[in-house]
Design a binder for this molecule. Structure first.
Ligand code: PLP
Length: 403
């Protein structure tokens, strides 16, 4: 893989910060955008901007065709069976809120149980908590081992006749652990329980096929997969989506409205109230095509190679503690340096031009599990290099010596 060529596709990477070359290692928060994505946004506004689905005029039909072609690109990228099962949302957070709200109305009652895990992002905890209060179901967390793995034995023992849904991350945004989601789905399905997979940190890094996983719901964000902000995806199995009520009301999601009663549009539009982010959808498709041209197997291989390079180099720094020790991991290395506060490490790395994230990474229960206030997190993307990891390691070592 020619990383130098790939880097040329990302204009922002050529920047200097504080006079030093930018080393961008905050990719789990958001990835940078290739020119083709930036151009797709600009071209769409220049040439085919009109509201979709409602217009008889030329531009509206063009914009609609592009948006629906984008849906087909997403379908293909995640291996869904039909575009009716691909819902555009604002991102992973909205996708999970959609399922939580609509699934709860259709299927959950007081006394039921929903399983999440201790390593979830707040986006896969708080929507369930908000509803649990209202509906009266219980939210239970699958424990995480000291190595940063899901405790699968505990998971298997958590099922009761009250268990109605499992909702877990495919890849942890803190530990980089790739969870055994196929096994999780099989176990849950053995109890007749559907599974939502939070794919925010997997779709950018691994080949994902929702049908091979047999996932009932799968959520991801455009901006973490080299696409624009404000667009994301919820995949859902048609038989479940058909039984679920609309999430929001408004235009697009209706068939007919009267004061006597309203009927709803078919899938996927039933879940897309209001003017959708049709430009974002088109640009997201461009990002997915960009990745497909490289090949997700190749992306996965390359990033795993870079991740083990980072783990080896960082692991050799005295006083470093790497959080999480999964053998199947990707994209993320979280660490603590002696007793230096993570935000001090982050601020000093920034002065060297190195962008990392510090804090609890929207995973406070996981921080509590490890008894730590937060971590420093370096997260990788396809354009990162061994030289950037070397710069990070040199930076960390310098900070260690300063203290
Ligand atoms: N889930 C995971 C595992 C994440 O890492 C993130 C973002 O960091 C989210 C959900 C939320 O994504 P978004 O803010 O794009 O909705």
């Amino acid at each position: 893989m020619d990383i130098t060529r790939i880097r040329e596709d990302f204009p922002i990477l050529g920047q200097k910060v504080y006079g030093k070359p930018l080393v961008y290692l905050d990719n789990a928060a958001t990835t940078q955008k290739p020119l083709c994505v930036i151009d797709a946004v600009s071209n769409a506004y220049r040439n085919v901007n009109a509201n979709v689905h409602r217009g008889v005029h030329f531009l509206s039909q063009q914009a609609t065709e592009r948006m629906e072609a984008a849906r087909e690109t997403v379908r293909r990228f995640i291996g869904a069976g039909s575009t009716e099962e691909v819902i555009f949302t604002r991102g992973t957070t909205e996708s999970i809120n959609l399922v939580a709200s609509s699934f709860a109305k259709a299927f959950l009652k007081s006394g039921d149980e929903v399983l999440v895990s201790e390593m979830e992002h707040h986006s896969n905890i708080v929507p369930w908590q908000l509803l649990a209060e209202r509906v009266g179901f219980k939210l239970l967390a699958i424990p995480v081992t000291a190595d940063g793995l899901l405790d699968m034995e505990a998971f298997r023992n958590m099922f009761t006749e009250r268990t109605k849904l499992v909702s877990v991350a495919h890849v942890s945004n803190v530990l980089g652990t790739v969870n055994p989601v196929r096994e999780i789905v099989q176990t849950a399905h053995g109890h007749g329980v559907p599974v939502l997979i939070d794919g925010a940190q997997s779709v950018p890094h691994l080949p994902v096929n929702v049908r091979e996983l047999d996932a009932d719901f799968y959520a991801f964000s455009g901006h973490k997969v080299y696409g624009p902000t404000g667009i994301g995806v919820l995949y859902g199995k048609r038989e479940l989506l058909e039984k679920m009520p609309p999430y929001q009301g408004g235009g697009e999601m209706i068939a007919h409205v009267s004061f006597e009663g309203t009927t709803f549009n078919e899938l996927p539009f039933k879940f897309e109230a209001g003017t959708p982010d049709y430009i974002g959808a088109v640009a997201l498709a461009e990002a997915l095509d960009y990745l497909s041209a490289i090949g997700m197997e190749a992306v996965d291989r390359r990033e795993r190679q870079l991740c083990s390079y980072a783990l080896d180099a960082m692991g050799a720094i005295p006083d470093i503690r790497i959080i999480g020790n999964a053998s199947d991991r990707c994209g993320v290395v979280s660490f603590l340096l002696g007793d230096i506060h993570p935000s001090d490490v982050g601020i000093l790395l920034d002065k060297l031009g190195i962008a990392v994230r510090t804090g609890h990474h929207c995973a406070e229960p996981l921080m509590r599990r490890f008894g730590i206030p937060g971590t420093v997190r370096a997260s990788l993307a396809i354009y990162n290099t061994e030289a950037e990891i070397d710069a990070l390691v040199a930076g960390i070592d310098r900070i260690r010596k300063m203290f």
